[in-house]
Ligand binder design. Structure first.
Ligand code: FAD
Ligand code: SIN
Length: 524
C-alpha cells in the first residue's frame, strides 16, 4: 500500500510529526499494539521549558550540559531549548490542561534543574499529552491511524522488485497483529518514532513494547547508532513484588521528598552530593544502588510525609491513590523504592532536521541520538525533544517534497518457506535470559569482565535467534526478541568501547573521566 509519508510510532514524537505533515500530506501512522502503548502515555513529571521570569535559556542549556557530563552537542541543546516555549504553546492550543497557579502555568522542579521549569498535568502529564495529540490526529482527515501493526524491517533499495542497490528507504514491512499477514507499506518518506529499548533490562519503568525496534531496524538497514551505553536508570521505581514497574516521579523529590536508609533512617543523599536529592539522576541512582548493596537491603525509602497531607495529595493524586491501593499512605509513610532502567539516551544518529544516514528515512524522539542528552538526560527534557524533532522532521520532509522520488515496486513479504513455530518456549527463555544478564552485567555499575560475559552470551544467543527467525512465521514476540538482542549487542559493544566513566556509563575498570568528551558511534 502506498502513502505520502509513513510514521512508525504513535507517541509524542510520531503524532507531533503527523500533525505537522498532515497540513499538506497524507500520513499513515503505524503502531504496535494500542495507540497509547508507548512511554508517552506513562510520563509523570512533565515537560521542561523556560517560562519563569527569573529563568533563562542559558540556565536550561547549562543544566542540560552539566547533567549530560559534557557529551551533549551544544548546537542541539540550544536548538531544542529555545523551541521549548513554542512547544508548550502548541500543546496548550491542542487542549492539554496544564496545572496553573495565579493564571500562570505551575512549574514544578526536578533533579539537575537550577530553576522551577517543569510544566505538568498533576502527576500524569503523559496521559494528558497523549490524549490531546490522539484527539487532534483522529480529527484530521489527512491522518490514518493504524494500531496493531508490528513493523519488522525497513524496505530499502535491496527490496526493490528491480534491485537498484541504493540505500534509499521506501517504507516498512509490518505484521498485522490481528490478521497475522505481513504488509509492505511504501511512501516517499518514513519517520521512525518507535521509542526506547528499556525492556532490554529485567527492571524497567518503560512499557512492555519498549524493545528498541526502531533502533534495531535502522541499524539493520544501514544507519549509524550512537551512545547506546548511556542507559538511564531512574532512582525511584516503586519496590513491590506484584507491581513491578511503577515510577514514583522525581517531582516528589522536587517538592521536598527525602531519601532515607530504611535500616538507620539516615538521609544519605547530602553525603553523596551537595545537591542532595536533586542531583542529576545518574548520581542519585548510583547512591541508591550503593546503599542497597552495602547494607544488603531490598529497597531504600522515599519520604515526603513531612509535607502537609493536602499538599501531597494535591500534587500527586494518581501516585497517592495507586499507593493507597497497595497499602501505603504516602502522606504518613515512606515509599519503598529501587532504581530501574528508565530511558535510552543513545540511538539512531540524526541531524537537526531529524535526518538519518539513509535517504528518505527520518527519526525523532527516544529512538534517536540527537545530541541533546549527552551522557545523561536531564529530567523532563525527553518529551520536549519529541515535540521539537517531530516538528523539525516534518518541516524538512515538506520542504524537500519535490526532491523525493515516488517509491518503485517492491518485493512482497515471502512467507512461503517458514512454518508455525513448534517451540514458543525458546522465545520466552531468551527474553528472560537477555533481560537478566543485561541487568546483572550491564547495569548501573559495570566492569569489563561483566561486559565481556554479556557479549559472549549475546553471540551464542544470536545464532539461535537467527535460526528461529529464519524458520518460523513472525510474531510480535519474535520480532521483539530479535530486536532486544540486537539492542543488547549495540549497548554492550558501545560500553566496551568507552574507556572512561562518564554520566550514566560507570565502570570500575576506567573510573576516571577522559579530558575530551567523545560520542561512541557504531557503524553497520
Ligand atoms: P513512545 O511514546 O515510547 O512511542 C513509541 C511508539 O512506537 C508507540 O506507539 C509504539 O507502539 C510504537 N512502536 C514501537 N515499536 C514498533 C514497531 N515495531 N512497529 C510499530 N510501532 C512500534 N519524559 C519527560 O520528558 N517527562 C516525564 O515526565 C517523563 N516521565 C516518564 C515516565 C515513565 C514511566 C517513562 C517510562 C518515561 C518517562 N519519560 C518522561 C520519558 C518519555 O515518556 C519518553 O521518552 C517519550 O514519551 C518517548 O516518546 P516517543 O514518541 O519517542 O516514543
Ligand atoms: C519523572 O517524573 O520522574 C520522570 C521524568 C522524566 O523521565 O523526565
Amino acid at each position: 500500500m502506498n502513502h505520502d509519508v509513513i510514521i512508525i510510532g504513535s507517541g509524542a514524537a510520531g503524532l507531533t510529526a503527523a500533525l505537522a505533515l498532515a497540513e499538506q500530506r497524507k500520513v499513515l501512522v503505524l503502531a504496535k499494539g494500542e495507540l497509547t502503548g508507548g512511554s508517552t502515555a506513562w510520563a509523570q513529571g512533565g515537560i521542561a521549558a523556560v517560562l519563569d521570569a527569573g529563568d533563562t535559556f542559558e540556565n536550561h542549556i547549562h543544566d542540560t550540559m552539566v547533567a549530560g557530563a559534557g557529551l551533549n552537542r551544544l548546537e542541539t541543546v540550544e536548538f531544542v531549548i529555545e523551541r521549548a516555549p513554542h512547544a508548550i504553546d502548541r500543546l496548550v492550543e491542542l487542549g492539554v490542561p496544564f496545572n496553573t497557579e495565579d493564571e500562570h502555568l505551575h512549574l514544578t522542579r526536578e533533579g539537575g534543574h537550577s530553576h522551577r521549569r517543569i510544566v505538568h498535568v498533576a502527576d500524569a502529564t503523559g496521559w494528558a499529552v497523549q490524549e490531546a495529540l490522539l484527539k487532534a490526529a483522529n480529527a484530521n482527515p489527512n491522518i490514518t491511524l493504524l494500531p496493531h501493526q508490528a513493523c519488522i524491517d525497513l524496505i530499502t533499495g535491496k527490496h526493490e522488485a528491480r534491485y537498484s542497490g541504493s540505500g534509499r528507504v521506501w517504507g516498512v514491512y509490518a505484521l498485522d497483529e490481528i490478521t497475522g499477514k505481513v504488509v509492505a507499506h511504501t511512501a516517499k518518506a518514513t519517520v521512525l518514532a518507535t521509542g526506547g529499548a528499556g525492556r532490554v533490562y529485567q527492571f524497567s519503568t518503560a512499557p512492555r513494547g519498549a524493545t528498541g525496534d526502531g533502533i534495531a531496524m535502522a541499524w539493520r538497514a544501514g544507519c549509524r547508532v550512537g551512545n547506546m551505553e548511556m542507559m538511564q536508570f531512574h532512582p525511584t521505581c516503586l519496590y513491590n513484588l506484584e507491581v513491578k514497574n511503577f515510577l514514583i516521579t522525581e517531582a516528589v523529590r522536587g517538592e521536598g521528598g527525602h531519601l532515607l536508609n530504611p535500616r538507620t533512617g539516615h538521609r544519605y543523599m547530602p553525603d553523596y552530593d551537595e545537591r542532595a536529592e536533586l542531583a542529576p539522576r545518574d548520581i542519585v541512582a548510583r547512591a541508591n544502588d550503593a546503599e542497597i548493596k552495602r547494607d544488603g537491603l531490598d529497597y531504600v525509602h522515599l519520604d515526603i510525609s513531612h509535607q502537609p497531607a493536602d499538599f501531597v495529595k494535591g500534587h500527586f493524586p494518581n501516585i497517592y491513590e495507586k499507593l493507597l491501593g497497595l497499602g501505603i499512605d504516602m502522606t504518613t509513610q515512606p515509599i519503598p523504592v529501587v532504581p530501574a532502567q528508565h530511558y535510552t539516551c543513545g540511538g539512531i544518529m540524526i541531524d537537526l532536521a531529524g535526518r538519518t544516514d539513509l535517504p528518505g528515512l527520518y527519526a525523532a524522539g527516544e529512538c534517536t541520538e540527537s545530541g541533546l542528552h549527552g551522557a545523561n538526560r536531564l529530567a523532563s527534557n525527553s518529551l520536549l525533544e519529541c515535540f521539537v524533532f517531530g516538528e523539525a522532521a516534518a518541516a524538512d520532509i515538506l520542504a524537500r517534497w519535490d526532491e523525493f522520488d515516488a517509491p518503485p515496486p517492491v518485493r512482497q513479504w515471502d512467507a512461503s518457506r517458514v512454518t508455525d513455530s513448534d517451540e514458543e518456549v525458546i522465545i520466552k527463555q531468551n527474553w528472560t535470559e537477555i533481560r537478566r544478564f543485561m541487568w546483572n552485567y550491564v547495569g548501573i555499575v559495570r566492569t569489563t569482565k561483566r561486559l565481556e560475559r554479556a557479549a559472549h552470551r549475546i553471540q551464542m544467543m544470536g545464532a539461535e535467534v537467527d535460526d528461529y527467525y529464519g524458520h518460523f512465521r513472525v510474531s510480535t514476540d519474535l520480532i521483539e526478541l530479535r530486536n532486544l538482542l540486537q539492542c543488547a549487542d549495540l549497548i554492550v559493544r558501545s560500553a566496551l568501547d568507552r574507556h572512561e566513566s562518564r554520566g550514566l556509563h560507570f565502570t570500575l575498570d576506567y573510573p576516571k573521566l577522559l579530558a575530551v568528551a567523545k560520542d561512541t558511534v557504531l557503524v553497520p
